[in-house]
Design a protein around this ligand. Structure first.
Ligand SMILES: NC(=O)c1ccc[n+]([C@@H]2O[C@H](COP(=O)([O-])OP(=O)(O)OC[C@H]3O[C@@H](n4cnc5c(N)ncnc54)[C@H](OP(=O)(O)O)[C@@H]3O)[C@@H](O)[C@H]2O)c1
Length: 324
């Protein structure tokens, strides 16, 4: 039975009930099972798929018949994850490709490789994530969370535009998903200092800022790619027990341990956004537990058109010389 909308919304407003395994359990009772094989014939790329929610997302997509490419920065670890997937799903098509999504040069190289060998890409999941313990710059001079969550995914999406366009059909759009976070509610767009050069740096603040940027970027890319038959969404996976949480938020994990979702529960909405009919009929939406969610709880928080335009300009300028 579907939860009443007000109860569902209240669970998220109260945070712990909505984001924990409690919220997942309360909501899944009203969900339809995704038809097996519903992703047959579709090629979907998942970044940061060697472990955590990325590997769980790949597992869910393979389970629905998709051909999945694990986009990882450590080939050997990716191969081990792929071997486990193939063992669990005999005959499944699972590929492994190496790409450091925080490196714009590596993203261009990887995207060119995909364009050369793939006739079409039907889905892309920007899952790779990081919470830097201290301010770190990439070789190209960008703050690491910004490069990993925003600049790299922006460039990869735009460089794969021809392949995504080829993966779209009048009845089935190609789908791009940003795995953002509920943590974005604590941040506004850092228009004046996107590289976090001003003030005392904190990995948690850089994380929340760039997760906010992902939600807005998904809306902007949704407009940019609408004419190509591509839908773009963002989502919050809830709180899930992963190596990332264990490594970056040990205190949080100690306190919330029993309430954390499994990685498969955390990956559920990312898989659903690639497979279900409903999200194919909309674009630029922020989701949690298979339902659209507000991107702000306080009306004054909404981004101005100038701030949105500044984010777009930041992405275009930082990745200049390659946009398609
Ligand atoms: N778990 C949660 O409760 C939660 C809540 C909200 C949002 N999220 C989001 O969910 C996503 C997955 O998080 P997780 O909890 O599964 O974390 P995780 O266990 O740390 O997984 C993150 C993955 O991203 C990969 N990665 C990081 N930087 C990369 C780069 N530059 N290039 C390629 N891959 C890179 C990591 O690769 P290595 O394996 O090589 O380190 C790792 O496999 C993140 O975007 C995170 O923000 C998670």
């Amino acid at each position: 039975m579907q939860l009443p909308r007000l109860v569902d919304a209240a669970l998220d407003r109260l945070v712990v009930p909505g984001y924990s395994r409690l919220g997942y359990a309360a909501r899944r009772a009203g969900w339809r099972t995704l038809p097996s094989g519903c992703l047959a014939g579709r090629t979907i790329l998942v970044t940061g798929a060697a472990g955590g929610l990325g590997a769980a997302t790949a597992r869910g997509l393979v389970g629905l018949g998709a051909r999945v490419e694990l986009v990882v920065r450590d080939q050997a670890r990716g191969e081990r994850t792929a071997a486990a997937l193939r063992e669990a799903h005999p005959g499944a098509a699972v590929e492994v490709a190496e790409c450091d999504v925080s490196s714009l040069a590596d993203v261009r190289r990887y995207a060119a490789e995909v364009r050369d060998r793939e006739a079409a890409v039907h889905g892309l999941v920007h899952n790779a994530g990081v919470m830097p313990p201290e301010r770190t710059e990439t070789a190209e001079g960008h703050e690491l969370a910004l490069a990993t969550h925003v600049l790299g995914p922006f460039l990869l999406t735009r460089e794969l535009r021809p392949a995504l366009r080829a993966g779209a059909s009048p009845t089935a759009p190609a789908r791009v998903v940003f795995v953002s976070s509920g943590g974005m509610y604590t941040a506004s767009l850092p228009t004046d200092d996107p590289e976090f050069r001003v003030g005392t740096y904190s990995g948690g603040a850089a994380y929340a800022r760039t997760k906010r940027m992902q939600v807005v970027l998904a809306e902007l890319l949704a407009d940019d790619l609408a004419g190509d038959g591509v839908v773009v969404h963002s989502m919050h996976p809830g709180w899930a027990d992963t190596p990332g949480v264990a490594g970056s938020m040990p205190g949080f994990r100690r306190v919330t341990g029993p309430l954390l979702r499994t990685d498969d529960q955390g990956a559920d909405t990312a898989v659903w956004l690639q497979a279900a009919a409903e999200p194919g009929h909309s674009t630029g939406v922020f989701w949690h537990d298979r339902a659209p969610r507000p991107t702000h709880y306080l009306p004054r928080g909404a981004e101005t058109p100038q701030a949105r335009a500044a984010l777009w300009t930041l992405c275009v300028d930082a990745t200049a010389g390659s946009a398609r």
